[in-house]
Design a protein around this ligand. Structure first.
Ligand code: IFM
Length: 440
C-alpha cells in the first residue's frame, strides 16, 4: 500500500463526456465535423449527447467524492472557452471554474489537460496542426485558461497523447481531422510539441503552484522471436510508439530510427524549436493499456503478431500487466532526466451491462489490480511514480468506436443517463477507504 502522498484518481475528457456541443457559445470542434462525416465513427455516433456531463457535472463530482479519489483528471474543451477571434467566452470558462471549485470543496485535486483532441474547427480550417501558427494559438489558449483557473489546479497537462493527435489525426486518418499522410503526421507532431513548449512559460507564470507537464501514450514492444530482424523490428516500433514523443521532450531530438521507418519524412524544424520542446517539466503523465508483439516486415517495417490465445479486451488489446513494469523501468534506464511520473490512464473496455442493478465487471477488477501491482513493482525498483488514474470514470464516447466500447468504472445508460457504479468502482472505493484507515 502506498502512502497518502501517492495520488489515486480517475479520468475523463471533454469531448468524450460533456455533450452539449452547442451550448453557451461553444464552437464546433474537429470531432463534431469528423463524427458527421459518413464512415468515420461506428454507427455514425457523435459526442452531441455523450454523458451529458456539462449539465450533470454536480452529480458526477458527487460520484467522484463517493469513490474517495484524491484527484480527478479532466480536459477543457478549447471551443467552449475561446471565441474564434481569440477572446474569452466567459460562460464556457465559468463552467470549468465551477467544476474546479466544487472539486476543491470536496477535497479532490484537479489534474487538467488543455488539449484532449477537440481542436476548434475554425483553426483546422486554417490548417490545424499542420500550420505552425497553431502552436502559438495553443500557447494563447494555455495562457487564457491558466489565468482563469490559477490556484485551482494541481497539475496542468498541455496535451493528452500527442501521438494520437498527430498520427491518428493526420498520419492515418482514423481520428479527426482524418488526414492520411505520414509526412503530415510528422509535421503535426512537431507543431503539437512546439505548442507544448510555448505553453509552459504561461502555465508557470500564471499558476506557479501547479505542476506543469504533458501526457503521453506509451507501449512496450516485444519480439516475436529472438531473430535479429525481429529485435530490429522492436527497435523501430519503439522509436515510432515511444521515442517519437519522448525523445524530443526529454532529450531535445527525434530518434534516428524513426527516419529508418519513415525515410524522408523528417519535419521542418526551425532553430530553437527543440530547446523550446525540451524544457524541463514537473511531471510526465504516461497512459498505458497494452503491449505489441512484433515481427520484421521488410527493411523499415514491423508488423503486429496477433496471438488469439492471449487475454484481450473488447478493443482487442492484449492484457499484459508486466509490460507496465517493463516500460517504466526501461524509461528509467533510458532517460537520465526522467521527471516524476503519473500513470494518467490505465483501464480496459468490456461489454458491461446492468443486471439486477449491478455490473459485475470481473475482468476489469482483475486488470486494474494486476496493473497497479506491476506499477508498484517498478516503484520498488526505484521508478518515481507519484499517482495512478483509472481510465475512465464513466463509460463514454470512445472516438471512432462511438459508445460501443465501455471503459468506465461507472456504467452509463446513454438513453437515460443513469450512472451505475460497476463492481470495479465499488472495489476501488473500498481500497481507498482501507488506505485512508491505514494512514489515518
Ligand atoms: O478513450 C481514450 C482516451 O481518450 C485517450 N487514451 C486512450 C483511451 C482509450 O482508448
Amino acid at each position: 500500500m502506498r502512502d497518502r502522498a501517492f495520488v489515486f484518481g480517475a479520468g475523463t475528457s471533454s469531448y468524450q463526456i460533456e455533450g452539449a456541443t452547442d451550448a453557451d457559445g461553444r464552437l464546433p470542434s474537429i470531432w463534431d465535423t469528423f463524427c458527421v462525416t459518413p464512415g468515420k465513427v461506428l454507427r455514425g455516433e457523435t459526442g452531441e449527447g455523450a454523458c451529458d456531463h456539462y449539465r450533470r457535472w454536480e452529480q458526477d463530482v458527487d460520484l467522484l467524492a463517493s469513490l474517495g479519489v484524491d484527484a480527478y483528471r479532466f480536459s477543457i474543451a478549447w471551443p467552449r472557452v475561446m471565441r474564434a477571434d481569440g477572446t474569452p467566452n466567459p460562460v464556457g470558462i465559468d463552467f470549468y471554474r465551477r467544476l474546479t471549485d466544487r472539486l476543491a470543496e470536496r477535497g479532490i485535486r484537479a489534474f487538467v489537460t488543455l488539449y484532449h483532441w477537440d481542436l476548434p474547427q475554425h483553426l483546422e480550417d486554417r490548417g490545424g496542426w499542420l500550420n505552425r501558427d497553431m502552436a502559438y494559438r495553443f500557447a494563447d489558449y494555455a495562457d487564457l485558461m491558466s489565468r482563469a483557473l490559477a490556484g485551482k489546479v494541481s497539475a496542468w497537462a498541455t496535451h493528452n497523447e500527442p501521438w494520437c493527435a498527430a498520427y491518428l489525426g493526420y498520419g492515418n486518418g482514423h481520428h479527426a481531422p482524418g488526414h492520411h499522410n505520414t509526412r503530415w503526421g510528422v509535421q503535426a507532431m512537431h507543431h503539437l510539441l512546439l505548442g507544448h513548449g510555448l505553453a509552459l512559460p504561461a502555465l508557470r507564470a500564471n499558476d506557479p503552484q501547479a505542476q506543469a507537464g504533458i501526457v503521453v501514450n506509451v507501449g512496450p514492444g516485444y519480439p516475436a522471436s529472438e531473430s535479429p530482424a525481429d529485435q530490429h523490428a522492436v527497435a523501430l516500433y519503439d522509436a515510432y510508439q515511444n521515442g517519437w514523443v519522448l525523445d524530443p521532450l526529454l532529450e531535445g531530438r527525434y530518434p534516428e530510427a524513426l527516419w529508418q521507418h519513415w525515410p524522408g519524412c523528417e519535419p521542418l524544424v526551425l532553430a530553437g524549436d527543440m530547446e523550446t520542446i525540451a524544457q524541463p517539466i514537473d511531471y510526465l503523465g504516461l497512459n498505458f493499456y497494452s503491449r505489441a508483439v512484433l515481427q520484421a516486415q521488410g527493411e523499415q517495417g514491423f508488423e503486429w503478431v496477433h496471438r488469439p490465445e492471449v487475454e484481450r479486451t473488447t478493443m482487442d488489446w492484449e492484457v499484459y500487466p508486466q509490460g507496465l513494469q517493463d516500460i517504466l523501468e526501461a524509461f528509467q534506464r533510458r532517460y537520465p532526466n526522467l521527471p516524476p511520473i503519473y500513470i494518467t490512464e490505465n483501464g480496459m473496455s468490456s461489454a458491461d451491462a446492468v443486471d439486477g442493478g449491478q455490473v459485475d465487471d470481473v475482468q476489469r477488477q482483475s486488470y486494474l489490480k494486476r496493473h497497479f501491482a506491476a506499477c508498484s513493482r517498478a516503484m520498488d525498483h526505484g521508478v518515481d511514480v507519484r499517482g495512478y488514474f483509472i481510465w475512465s470514470l464513466l463509460d463514454n464516447f470512445e472516438w471512432a468506436y462511438g459508445y460501443e466500447r465501455r471503459f468506465g468504472i461507472v456504467h452509463v445508460d446513454f438513453e437515460t443517463q443513469v450512472r451505475t457504479p460497476k463492481r470495479s468502482a465499488l472495489a476501488y472505493a473500498e481500497f481507498l477507504r482501507e488506505r485512508a484507515k491505514g494512514i489515518a
